[in-house]
Design a protein around this ligand. Structure first.
Ligand code: ZN
Ligand code: ZN
Length: 154
Protein backbone atom coordinates (compact mmCIF):
# COMPACT_ATOMS: atom_id res chain seq x y z
CA UNK A 1 0.00 0.00 0.00
CA UNK A 2 1.21 3.47 -0.82
CA UNK A 3 0.62 6.29 1.63
CA UNK A 4 0.71 9.98 0.85
CA UNK A 5 1.14 11.53 4.27
CA UNK A 6 0.14 15.17 4.64
CA UNK A 7 2.36 17.39 6.74
CA UNK A 8 0.23 18.78 9.62
CA UNK A 9 2.12 22.07 9.43
CA UNK A 10 2.44 22.92 5.75
CA UNK A 11 0.21 20.34 3.96
CA UNK A 12 3.09 19.04 1.85
CA UNK A 13 2.45 15.59 0.32
CA UNK A 14 4.96 12.99 1.46
CA UNK A 15 4.78 9.60 -0.26
CA UNK A 16 5.71 6.57 1.85
CA UNK A 17 5.34 2.82 1.35
CA UNK A 18 3.33 1.30 4.18
CA UNK A 19 5.31 -1.96 4.18
CA UNK A 20 8.60 -0.31 5.10
CA UNK A 21 7.42 3.01 6.54
CA UNK A 22 9.94 4.53 8.94
CA UNK A 23 8.82 5.55 12.44
CA UNK A 24 9.44 9.20 11.61
CA UNK A 25 9.56 11.05 8.32
CA UNK A 26 10.87 14.56 7.82
CA UNK A 27 8.77 16.97 5.81
CA UNK A 28 10.58 18.19 2.71
CA UNK A 29 8.55 21.40 2.79
CA UNK A 30 9.04 22.71 6.30
CA UNK A 31 11.47 20.28 7.92
CA UNK A 32 9.01 19.14 10.57
CA UNK A 33 9.38 15.55 11.84
CA UNK A 34 6.19 13.58 11.40
CA UNK A 35 5.83 10.37 13.41
CA UNK A 36 4.24 7.51 11.45
CA UNK A 37 2.41 4.68 13.12
CA UNK A 38 0.89 2.34 10.53
CA UNK A 39 -1.21 -0.52 11.89
CA UNK A 40 -0.34 -4.16 11.21
CA UNK A 41 -3.14 -4.42 8.64
CA UNK A 42 -1.82 -1.36 6.86
CA UNK A 43 1.76 -2.61 6.77
CA UNK A 44 0.48 -5.85 5.28
CA UNK A 45 -1.60 -3.88 2.75
CA UNK A 46 -4.83 -5.51 3.91
CA UNK A 47 -6.86 -2.55 5.15
CA UNK A 48 -6.89 1.13 5.99
CA UNK A 49 -8.04 0.95 9.59
CA UNK A 50 -6.08 3.66 11.38
CA UNK A 51 -4.36 6.70 9.96
CA UNK A 52 -0.59 6.48 10.54
CA UNK A 53 -0.30 10.27 10.66
CA UNK A 54 -3.13 11.40 12.95
CA UNK A 55 -4.29 8.03 14.41
CA UNK A 56 -7.86 8.78 13.27
CA UNK A 57 -10.07 6.01 11.98
CA UNK A 58 -12.49 7.99 9.84
CA UNK A 59 -11.93 7.79 6.11
CA UNK A 60 -13.74 8.46 2.89
CA UNK A 61 -13.41 7.06 -0.62
CA UNK A 62 -12.89 9.16 -3.68
CA UNK A 63 -11.87 8.53 -7.29
CA UNK A 64 -8.16 8.79 -7.93
CA UNK A 65 -8.79 11.40 -10.57
CA UNK A 66 -6.00 13.06 -12.46
CA UNK A 67 -7.61 16.35 -13.56
CA UNK A 68 -5.04 16.73 -16.34
CA UNK A 69 -6.35 13.71 -18.28
CA UNK A 70 -9.99 14.80 -18.05
CA UNK A 71 -9.13 18.32 -19.12
CA UNK A 72 -7.11 17.16 -22.12
CA UNK A 73 -10.05 15.10 -23.37
CA UNK A 74 -12.46 18.01 -22.98
CA UNK A 75 -10.11 20.49 -24.69
CA UNK A 76 -9.40 18.09 -27.56
CA UNK A 77 -13.12 17.56 -28.02
CA UNK A 78 -13.77 21.30 -27.98
CA UNK A 79 -11.06 22.00 -30.57
CA UNK A 80 -12.23 19.28 -32.95
CA UNK A 81 -15.87 20.33 -32.62
CA UNK A 82 -14.91 24.00 -33.16
CA UNK A 83 -13.28 23.02 -36.46
CA UNK A 84 -16.42 21.23 -37.61
CA UNK A 85 -18.56 24.10 -36.37
CA UNK A 86 -16.52 26.44 -38.56
CA UNK A 87 -17.58 24.36 -41.54
CA UNK A 88 -21.24 24.55 -40.44
CA UNK A 89 -21.44 20.91 -39.57
CA UNK A 90 -23.26 21.57 -36.33
CA UNK A 91 -24.59 18.09 -35.85
CA UNK A 92 -21.11 16.56 -36.12
CA UNK A 93 -19.76 19.18 -33.72
CA UNK A 94 -22.36 18.28 -31.13
CA UNK A 95 -21.70 14.61 -31.74
CA UNK A 96 -18.01 15.06 -31.01
CA UNK A 97 -18.70 17.12 -27.91
CA UNK A 98 -20.96 14.34 -26.69
CA UNK A 99 -18.32 11.78 -27.61
CA UNK A 100 -15.68 13.63 -25.60
CA UNK A 101 -18.01 13.73 -22.60
CA UNK A 102 -18.55 10.00 -23.01
CA UNK A 103 -14.79 9.31 -23.17
CA UNK A 104 -14.46 11.44 -20.03
CA UNK A 105 -17.08 9.31 -18.34
CA UNK A 106 -15.36 6.07 -19.34
CA UNK A 107 -11.99 7.38 -18.11
CA UNK A 108 -13.64 8.44 -14.87
CA UNK A 109 -15.37 5.10 -14.42
CA UNK A 110 -12.11 3.21 -14.85
CA UNK A 111 -10.34 5.20 -12.18
CA UNK A 112 -9.49 3.42 -8.99
CA UNK A 113 -10.83 4.45 -5.65
CA UNK A 114 -8.50 5.81 -3.07
CA UNK A 115 -9.04 6.24 0.63
CA UNK A 116 -8.53 9.63 2.26
CA UNK A 117 -8.25 10.48 5.95
CA UNK A 118 -10.95 12.94 7.01
CA UNK A 119 -8.71 14.63 9.57
CA UNK A 120 -5.28 15.08 8.03
CA UNK A 121 -6.10 14.32 4.34
CA UNK A 122 -3.45 11.63 4.01
CA UNK A 123 -4.15 9.34 1.04
CA UNK A 124 -3.95 5.57 0.74
CA UNK A 125 -3.58 3.67 -2.53
CA UNK A 126 -3.33 -0.07 -3.00
CA UNK A 127 -5.21 -3.28 -3.59
CA UNK A 128 -6.86 -3.47 -0.17
CA UNK A 129 -10.67 -3.74 -0.04
CA UNK A 130 -12.34 -0.33 0.17
CA UNK A 131 -14.36 -0.15 3.37
CA UNK A 132 -14.90 3.61 3.79
CA UNK A 133 -17.99 5.40 2.53
CA UNK A 134 -18.28 8.40 0.23
CA UNK A 135 -17.29 11.89 1.28
CA UNK A 136 -19.58 13.59 3.77
CA UNK A 137 -19.20 17.33 4.22
CA UNK A 138 -20.65 17.42 7.72
CA UNK A 139 -18.28 14.71 8.98
CA UNK A 140 -15.36 16.43 7.26
CA UNK A 141 -16.17 19.75 8.93
CA UNK A 142 -16.30 18.24 12.39
CA UNK A 143 -13.23 16.03 12.09
CA UNK A 144 -11.04 18.63 10.40
CA UNK A 145 -11.82 21.16 13.13
CA UNK A 146 -11.12 18.63 15.83
CA UNK A 147 -7.78 17.74 14.24
CA UNK A 148 -6.75 21.35 13.69
CA UNK A 149 -7.51 22.18 17.32
CA UNK A 150 -5.47 19.17 18.40
CA UNK A 151 -2.40 20.13 16.36
CA UNK A 152 -2.80 23.76 17.37
CA UNK A 153 -3.70 25.27 14.01
CA UNK A 154 -6.66 27.18 15.42
ZN1 ZN B 1 5.74 20.44 6.27
ZN1 ZN C 1 -5.04 11.14 9.25
Amino acid sequence: MDIVAKCPKCDASLPVRAADAPAVITCGGCGRDIPLDPSEAMRAGRAVDRCPVCAGSDFYIRKDFDPKIGLTVVILGAIVSAIFYWFKRDFIAYGILGGAALVDLVVYGRLKDLTVCYRCHSEFRGTYPRAASAFDLHTADELEQEYERRIGRR
